[in-house]
Design a binder for this molecule. Sequence first.
Ligand SMILES: CC(=O)SCCNC(=O)CCNC(=O)[C@H](O)C(C)(C)COP(=O)(O)OP(=O)(O)OC[C@H]1O[C@@H](n2cnc3c(N)ncnc32)[C@H](O)[C@@H]1OP(=O)(O)O
Ligand SMILES: O=C([O-])CC(=O)C(=O)O
Length: 489
Amino acid sequence: MSPSSSSSSSSSSSSPPLMQKRIDCILTMEKDAITVINQTHDHQSFVRYFTTAEPTLKERLAQIIPAKIEEVKQLKAEHGDKIIGTCTVSQAYGGMRSVKSLITETSLLDPEEGIRFRGFTIPECQDKLPKAKGGQEPLPEGILWLLLTGEIPSEAQVQQLSKDLVKRAGLPDFVVSMIKNFPKEMHPMSQLSAAVLALQTNSKFAAAYQEGVKKTQYWESTLEDTLDIVAKLPEIAALIYRTVYKDGKVPAVDANLDWAANFNRMLGFNSHEFDELMRLYLTIHTDHEGGNVSAHATHLVGSALSDPYYSYAAGMCGLAGPLHGLANQEVLSWTLDLQQKIGNKEITNDQLADLVWEGLNAGRVVPGFGHAVLRKTDPRYTCQREFALKHLPNDPLFKLVSQIYDVVPPVLTKQGKTKNPWPNVDAHSGVLLQYYGLKEHNYYTVLFGVSRAIGVLSSLVWDRILTLPIERPKSITTESLVKEFKASK
Ligand SMILES: CC(=O)SCCNC(=O)CCNC(=O)[C@H](O)C(C)(C)COP(=O)(O)OP(=O)(O)OC[C@H]1O[C@@H](n2cnc3c(N)ncnc32)[C@H](O)[C@@H]1OP(=O)(O)O
Ligand SMILES: O=C([O-])CC(=O)C(=O)O
């Protein structure tokens, strides 16, 4: 709590209880101030703390961290030897599905209910997170704050964070010319990862590490890198888009716009309705607990104390796979292909099912369906469907996507292989982007990647706060397993 809000007691009486209250309040403020100085090593923060109503993101984190570190210390001391998961031979060969072995603070996935960001479902986030003026969808800056602190931010905190991101925007010339000189046929995801790696020269964590900063302070420069990367990503992503598909020009960041609206202007779109979609899109794609490929890759590379630029670029290489983030590109190609086969006529569900079977019988997966954890329709699919029902109910491609939703789950169930026949997030994003004129599907995973930065890097900040060690699970050979089981017969 800030001092201005904590010291608002009446001045009329000076009875002992009130006096005691004031003394307690001053003592609390003093304690908070010492925490702020100890954690941020920044006397500016101390001055700001006593002169403004809202702590910055870094200051709020500094206040939260000591209790969380204490909680983890106590948990390890009291329950360090308890078993939270096992791993069978099948799980070791089967992609470690459902083996509980990672700590990720930012979100938790339930197979039936879907994702909760720091305990909040998607509808709760849509309800509680601050919105743009006149808007109804959450601002992604809000979820960045939520994932980092575990707290729903106030409007003022989000505005302050938005302004901070604007200040951090801007790319070095060599990164701009590098992107402009990439061959046009280089996949946008390769361009994104390469551009982020080039920016690594800016890493504040790498510089601090070289200077010998203490382990307990690693999180500060990791947070700085996180905010820098999040601030610079819209321009990187927009420059890739404008160079590959348009005129190569990107306007400067506008200090009066939020992060998502700025991104849209840079991409070349100027529609308030599309801004709303972008805010929702960039919020819901941020995080999906720690075991998905992009989050796990970021965490793994970060565990070697590779800086956030290296770690996030590694995550993006994973997101670029067709079984993970690239599925959203695949979905749109597949849906447009179906639309072309169908032509202008109406098609029955049975006829559509026959077309789905054609792909399955040729050994292909139905993109956008199935999930490694989820066993119900992904709530990220549902909220995008609700957006479509509200804003584009009569769009022909949306109608086809809706018909696919009716047809594919029974087909996959009949095929009997997939554990989850329901759609995931990727089954719906492309149709919305098409509607607002962003038609280049090869580019779609870059949008996913811009959003995912918020989740995986917030998580990396917590890896450093908790001083998690290098990740190094034990691997075994088939030969060693065969020997082991022979011996135990
Ligand atoms: C943001 C995201 O990453 S969401 C996921 C995006 N990816 C996709 O949409 C691609 C299509 N879906 C899939 O390939 C899978 O469902 C995955 C990769 C998401 C999950 O994989 P798994 O956990 O291994 O799924 P599951 O245990 O259900 O797989 C069992 C079998 O069903 C198959 N299967 C799963 N989903 C599908 C699908 N959509 N279409 C056809 N077959 C499928 C698997 O290929 C596997 O077949 P196999 O035994 O011949 O190897
Ligand atoms: O959770 C997963 O494995 C994949 C996914 O949906 C995501 O990363 O968003």
